[in-house]
Design a protein around this ligand. Sequence first.
Ligand code: LUZ
Ligand code: MOS
Length: 773
Amino acid sequence: MKNIDSRTHVRGESVYLDDIPLIQGTLFGAAFGSPIAHGIIKTLDLSAAAAMPGVVKIFTYEDVTGENQIGGIVPDEPLLAEHHVHFCGMPIAFVVAETDDEARAAVKRITVEIEPLPVITDPREAYAQGEFIIRPRTHKLGETTTAWSQCTHIFEGRADTNGQEHLYIETQGAYAIPQENNAIKLYSSTQGPTAVQRAVARSSGLHMHQIDVDVTRLGGGFGGKEDQANMWAALCALAAHVLHKPVKYALNRMEDMAMTGKRHPYSSDFKIGLDNDLNILAYEATFYQNAGASADLSPAVMERTLFHCTSTYFIPNVTATAYSCRTHLPPNTAFRGFGGPQGMFVIEAAITKAAESLGIDASVIQAKNLNKTGDEFAYGQKAVSEAHACWNKANELYDLEAIRDNIAKFNSVNLLYKKGLALMPICFGISFTNTRMNQARALVHVYTDGSVGVSTGAVEMGQGVNTKMLQVAAHVLSIQPDRVKLQTTSTYRIANTSPSAASATADLNGKAVQMACTEIVRRLKVVAAGELNVSAEEIFLKDEWVYANGERTDWNWNQLVMEAFTKRVSLSEHAHYATPDIHYDASEEKGHPFTYHVYGTAIVDVTIDCLRGTYEMESVKVVHDFGVSMNPLIDRGQIEGGIVQGLGWMTMEEIVFDQAGRLRSNALSTYKVPDIYSVPKEIAIEPLKTEQDNLAIFRSKAVGEPPLMYGIGAYFALRNAVRAFNPMATIPFDAPMTPEKLLLALYQSPTAPHPMPSANGETEVAQHLAVNS
Ligand code: LUZ
Ligand code: MOS
């Protein structure tokens, strides 16, 4: 089935926040953010701004009617700064004016005097100063301290990954409309309608039942709107509540880039030990997470880094410790993979370091250590593993030997272009690591004309979840898909929702839809049985017809629905689903946090230009564990998007903050994201069909986040290509591998590890080539 939004998307008719028709009298907000990263506000002068045309009111923390606090996990984030500012762009004031141009013009006239305090941007520096968001955590299996003596080979190193800008096409924004008796209707571009509702209730002083957060769809989220839509919604709601007028604020791109958090950069240390047969016996890792200025989701992100620190490998002795380090950057937040990719990069770096030191291919160590069913992760859960199945199928199907031969042949005859290859196996745990978030509800109404409305807590953000929900309802009710409509996601209809996140949205909400529809079918069968004088067990519904004892009757869906209504049988159902069998004990760091894992293997093949340091992605060839995909087109889209987003993070997307904590890569002129030319020339995706138990909706495994991690292979493939040109290069594990870094590595010599390219680059190349030929 096609994505149900494809028609309105193509025609430009799909409704996003900015497409909602404005109510007369709507006012517009704009935030004034701190111009410096850390300091104490001495004076704030709003007089010039307040005198600007159209300005209605300028809100500061003193105008907050509820609690000046929006921190979700830790209450450490004021809605508007009081005396301290902790990051550049931290909202200090909120201007409300008659037009958005007037609001933004007034923001420019606000002046603030801030006494500067020392700025920390580096997580290791924060660590050295004891600046932590929460206590450190350690995952442990076996005993590394004694395991080292059994290791033949031990390698240590450091690995760094940079942040990543979400760059959802639709920026953050909200539109708050006051209702009678102080209630508020809120349109918000959020993955978490309930998170917005809670933040608004807390900061406005209203009750949750007075706040309807209503979401039609988002133009992308990627985690950036799991928590960080709250701020803008809370500001608009506050202004709407105080002024009794509708208030809207949709950030422009530069505001969004400067004021919102990103993927967490990490700096990590590793130590890996192998025996004679290349079994990894021991692994130690220390992760320094750059959390930014307040907690946001950092504690949960840090936890997932630990959960994925051994990726898809079985290692009997593991000690991994993570620190959430407070710096003066915008609070970093959820981003597709949620700390998992950062942990997985480090183990791949460790394996690569071992392989390079031993003069073998990393894939030899990778293959040797893939986990098997029954192997224990450091957090106590036992694997139900598809790692070998995916790896072996990828090797055979794509003929890895032939790819290797081609690359070797190419590299032997080409001096100025080199190819590189890497394999990237993945393993990603599905469920919110916070067990209580693994619940969802659905509300299904069958109307008397036979049409069906489905509401869930799922937010459509391009991932196709509404299409999947519709498929579930149509299948269980056994009716045509066009009878079913997915309603907007509203906190008045579905309460206490988890954000659409953790790849778990279709599973959680789909199960609830399945339960609600199953109950309606049960009632309809009783009605049909009464009419047809058979027992309800003898009835089934198929393709809009009632069957009794295997025979089609002359009762169809419409008649049955009308009959049920006439008999005063409920045609509506609200169902609740809670994932069974998951648990976690954070004090022991042991449990069974994930419903299941998703596996896969990618073969990534790149070509570098050894004069320019530029590169092309030739192919990414994947065998992916879909379970049984319920929508191959949508799932393929998720994998293609994930791969490109992952390789963007690993290769070209470079977030730069200066030492004063100012974002320098603050626009698309300075922050390079993958475009059509960066997409691999070939993306091959082969399903590994696996049955397993029915914990995924219709056995269709979660697909949102796992494929992003295939992109990590691009980093290691580039590295291998560089080493084909310059075997002497000792390249730091420091992603992204931008063309600049790649060029440095190409001409690095063991004596001068970081050469600057000379003005006369050609001479250097010639010398280099002379040495290497
Ligand atoms: N969000 C969250 C997530 O709150 N908890 C999680 O475990 C998670 N995992 C992935 C992505 N978002
Ligand atoms: Mo997410 S990182 O699943 O919001």
